[in-house]
Design a protein around this ligand. Structure first.
Ligand code: F0G
Length: 448
């Protein structure tokens, strides 16, 4: 049994799982996919999931559908649109651990996904639901990765993708992907928040299907990121899971996934979530700070969007996150925290992740920057087990990376003045004439 329920328990509205709405008709809050779970033998279930790794069935090859018993919203006969998403590695990094002040640190690298970001985990479920509903046109508003992912899964599943992106504010790799995968790409001359407000109401009327992370079926797929992570850790949860926060869909998905795994007996305790926002786009962080200052529960504080969000980590340049209430619920459920980091901290952390041979896009590096800050504030202890989630591939935003290493990376400060990023870990290319002696000297120098 599966249905959609309003996140506000006081409202309590329920809808069939075939409903296409993203918001509760009576109170306007977001919806959750809820299940009457059949009895699950946790040990046996883990065994089934492990054995599927030997199978060649496309559903078993997917790092999302392999765990289908924890996302049972489609009938078993339904076909799924899968590009072999998920299956992303957990990478130990002593270099990043010592940078953060931890004894050990691993990265769950979602940039290994088919379109290079964690969005693929949710897009396979969202697009499969669109197909099950008989939808032909799928839509999103995006800071880049959602649109790249939607474009790919829609094309693969034979649907038409229409994407709205803030003009000039998404990374080049992401825009190039959307074009290559054939999406109708509409660049709106406004930021993400303004574009979202405009488009949100138009989609249903047009008979199209909205696949932003307010879509509860996308959240279901994104849950499997933490399921796969727990399996990789032998079902022994870490103390902390650190992730970047933008529209806050992923934080919501992680919390839901963890709570459900706990409820089903798959894990014995809940890790704490740490959501990291960029200083210039940190409305959830501010809300929690205000609650602490006023000594009130965060749920009683009026949410204030950031009117003109600014960060070079364009993926998380969002001032009015659609899923903030869900994310807050998950922070409360997991005794989680929210931290903010500066542009310089993000840039430094990104370069360190690169130097470790791992690499990621700017928004993902907020996790290492945030972890370092939380360790320095004694929130995370050096001996605690931490998994930081790298949400996007290093190739997503080459312009940022090049500008950093060339020392030209700059951003508009809150006073309107341009602020320069210090390239503390820069690696500049060397240009030389085709002269054997010079090349020999350089090689000898590198080998010293
Ligand atoms: N990291 C990356 C690389 C992202 O692309 C995003 C969000 C986030 C983190 C934050 O995740 O929104 O669930 O809190 N990107 C969205 C997009 C907004 O349109 O691609 P979130």
């Amino acid at each position: 049994m599966v249905d959609l329920r309003c996140l506000d328990a006081k409202c309590g509205a329920r809808y069939p799982s075939t409903d296409t709405r993203a918001q509760c008709a009576s109170c306007g809050e977001l919806l959750d996919v809820c299940y009457e779970w059949p009895a699950m033998d946790a040990a046996q279930q883990k065994q089934v999931w492990a054995e599927r790794r030997m199978s060649r069935d496309p559903k078993d090859l997917s790092g999302v559908w392999r765990f289908r018993e924890i996302i049972p919203f489609l009938s078993p006969e339904a076909s799924v649109v899968t590009l072999r998403e998920g299956n992303t590695p957990l990478l130990e990094s002593p270099r990043a651990a010592s940078y953060a002040g931890l004894e050990a640190l691993s990265f769950k690298h979602q940039g290994f996904n088919p379109t290079g970001s964690f969005k693929d985990n949710g897009m396979t479920t969202g697009v499969s639901q669109a197909v099950a509903l008989g939808k032909k046109v799928v839509v999103c508003v995006s800071t880049g990765n959602t649109s790249a992912s939607l474009a790919a899964f829609a094309a693969y599943g034979g649907l038409r993708a229409v994407i709205f992106v803030p003009a000039g504010q998404i990374a080049m790799g992401k825009l190039a992907q959307a074009l290559e995968y054939g999406a109708l790409t509409i660049q709106v001359q406004a930021n993400f928040d303004v574009t979202w407000k405009l488009v949100f109401h138009l989609v249903e009327e047009a008979g199209a299907y909205l696949l932003n992370s307010v879509n509860p079926f996308r959240v279901e797929g994104q849950k499997t990121i933490v399921v796969e992570m727990m399996e990789q850790l032998g079902w022994d949860p870490p103390d902390w899971i650190v992730l970047p926060g933008g529209n806050l869909g992923n934080s919501s998905a992680f919390g839901k996934g963890l709570r459900e795994m706990y409820q089903l007996g798959l894990i014995r305790r809940l890790p704490r979530l740490a959501v990291i926002q960029a200083e210039g786009a940190a409305p959830l962080y501010r809300l929690i700070q205000r609650a602490t200052a006023e000594q009130k529960p965060a749920g009683e504080i009026i949410f204030e969007p950031t009117p003109n969000p600014q960060t070079l980590a364009t993926a998380i340049k969002i001032g009015s996150p659609a899923s903030w209430k869900k994310a807050l619920r998950e922070l409360q459920a997991t005794s989680g925290v929210c931290e903010q980091v500066s542009e310089q901290e993000i840039a430094d952390a990104k370069a360190v992740i690169g130097q470790a041979g791992i690499g990621c896009e700017p928004a993902s590096a907020a996790t290492l920057a945030g972890t370092k800050k939380l360790v320095s504030h004694n929130v995370i202890r050096p001996s605690e087990r931490v998994v930081a989630v790298l949400t996007g591939n290093v190739l997503k935003d080459p312009a940022y990376t090049m500008a950093y290493h060339q020392g030209t990376l700059a951003y508009p400060g809150s006073d309107g003045q341009e602020k320069q990023i210090q390239p503390r870990f820069a690696n500049q290319p060397i240009s030389v004439p085709p002269d054997a002696e010079q090349l020999k000297r350089l090689l000898a120098h590198a080998s010293e």
